[in-house]
Design a protein around this ligand. Structure first.
Ligand SMILES: *Cc1c(COP(=O)(O)O)cnc(C)c1O
Length: 456
């Protein structure tokens, strides 16, 4: 066996050496072996961004089977916000797994589920009486929010926005805007889903009020408030490009919903749980959604999702209308409760704000004097840069090249955007400043090297 093959796999968590370390090219031989087995055994439609075999992660790094240590600026898509293998989470999961792994909450209820519901009712925006229901994935939470809104209003239509991403199930594909790769060839899609123009200040130049008026006009003319059960929107659009709506857009849409008996659903699956420097992004825009969908950051990677909102709306369904075999699994609930403790006791909302200040200043410095970066935007530890070509058109090739070069140099970054021309930064809130700066140094160097290549 080679030295690489005999090397011990480290335990994850914050004790993992917090360093960028490349001992092979990416992917190294052991990662290449796993990727070959993946290609043979796993359906081709399940892609991957970072060509490694992950074996441990924690703090701000992901370690691969070859012993490379990559700086993590993606958190597995905004999931491991408290940090991978966080000690509180590991302990809670181990304890719960040793007690019981499943009863089905619809058969024999248990305290963990109720505690998660109580916590969500407390921490989500709005002082009104709330209730929650737990599910397994963000898409499932969105499906259930729509079910609940339809039952409550007795209406069928749902409005989603340009650049929206709500998941990959049939209803959520219909709600999602982008065809490739999420929808192409997978139709027909669910009925009674309509699309309104979003607020995208870089591209539309509209004030929040003007963008909301434009959207409301489309909704009133093409759907009609009397037919509309719900409007669903991400307070900051995630997969669509980390698009921050103009000031006033979300409150105007929420007010119109209130005036017309339409349920206003904030999809906070990506923005939730301290990510944006607030517990929920809705708070940043002064809106109190009727329903909030959550998942991703809720349980440090254990599969859990929720719908939380006004008690009268949440109670609209008959008994047995909501649920699922695994929804609110006890181990996932234990992980969520440990995560909530970390969010509240480890000062992670404040940490997200600090990370946001570092990201904003470093990314603005990259943008200064570089016309290829059209905009730096986002909030807290959810920031992005949008790339354009010399004519101001979306430049997906550049975003892809910079992301690939960063990964090859040991920094995990993700792209996004309707046009694929955005690089997003979603570091775990457990990352240290030194590692964060080093990760951004690598991205900046990849961007500079790309310009030299083009010019030579
Ligand atoms: C990721 C995401 C979803 C879907 O969540 P899954 O857990 O992948 O089903 C829904 N909405 C938003 C805003 C997301 O970012």
């Amino acid at each position: 066996m080679s030295a690489v093959e005999t090397q011990a796999i480290p335990l994850g968590g914050p004790g993992l050496a917090q360093e960028r370390r490349l001992v092979t090219a990416i992917p190294g031989p052991r990662s290449r072996d796993l990727l070959a087995r993946k290609a043979a055994a796993v359906a081709a439609g399940v892609g991957h961004t970072v060509p490694i075999a992950a074996v441990a992660a924690g703090g701000g790094v992901v370690v691969d089977a070859d012993g490379n240590s990559l700086i993590d600026l993606g958190s597995g898509i905004a999931v491991t916000s408290v940090g991978n293998a966080h000690p509180r989470v590991v302990e809670a999961v181990q304890r719960q797994a040793a007690q019981f792994t499943h009863t089905c909450f619809m058969i024999s209820p248990y305290e963990g589920y109720v505690e998660v519901a109580e916590a969500l009712n407390r921490v989500t925006p709005g002082a009104f009486e709330k209730k929650s229901a737990l599910f397994n994935s963000g898409a499932e939470a969105v499906e259930n929010a729509v079910k609940i809104a339809r039952k409550f209003t007795g209406r069928q239509a749902v409005v989603a926005f340009d650049h929206a991403y709500h998941g990959r199930t049939n209803l959520t594909m219909a709600l999602t805007a982008k065809s490739m790769p999420y929808k192409s060839g997978f139709g027909p899609f669910a009925a009674e889903v309509y699309r309104a123009p979003a607020s995208y200040p870089l591209r539309d130049g509209l004030s929040g009020e003007a963008a909301a008026a434009r959207a409301i006009d489309v909704i009133e003319k093409q759907v009609g408030a009397a037919n509309l059960a719900a409007v669903i929107i991400e307070p900051i659009q995630g997969e669509g490009g980390f698009i921050v709506p103009a000031e006033g857009f979300l409150p105007a849409i929420a007010a119109w919903c209130r005036d017309n008996g339409v349920v206003f659903i904030a999809d906070e699956v990506q923005t939730g749980f301290a990510r944006t420097g607030a517990m929920f992004a809705s708070e940043l825009f002064g809106v109190e959604p009727d329903l909030v969908t959550t998942a991703k950051g809720i349980a440090a990677g254990l599969p859990l999702a929720a719908v939380t909102g006004r008690a009268d709306i949440m109670d609209a369904s008959h008994v047995g209308g909501l649920g699922g075999t695994y929804g609110g699994n006890p181990i996932a609930c234990a992980a969520a409760l440990a995560s909530f403790e970390a969010f509240e006791n480890d000062g992670l909302v404040e940490r997200a704000r600090e990370i946001g200040e570092v990201l904003a200043s470093r990314l603005e410095a990259m943008r200064a004097g570089d016309p290829r970066i059209a905009e730096v935007r986002g909030r807290g530890a959810m920031m992005a840069i949008e790339f354009v070509d010399a004519e101001g058109r979306p430049d997906a090739a550049l975003a892809g090249a910079v992301a690939r070069a960063s990964i090859a140099n040991g920094v995990i970054v993700l792209t996004c955007g309707t046009h694929g021309n955005v690089i997003r930064f979603l570091p775990p809130l457990s990352i240290g400043d030194a590692l964060l700066h080093e990760g951004l140094d690598v991205v900046a160097a990849a961007l500079a090297a790309n310009r030299q290549e083009v010019n030579s």
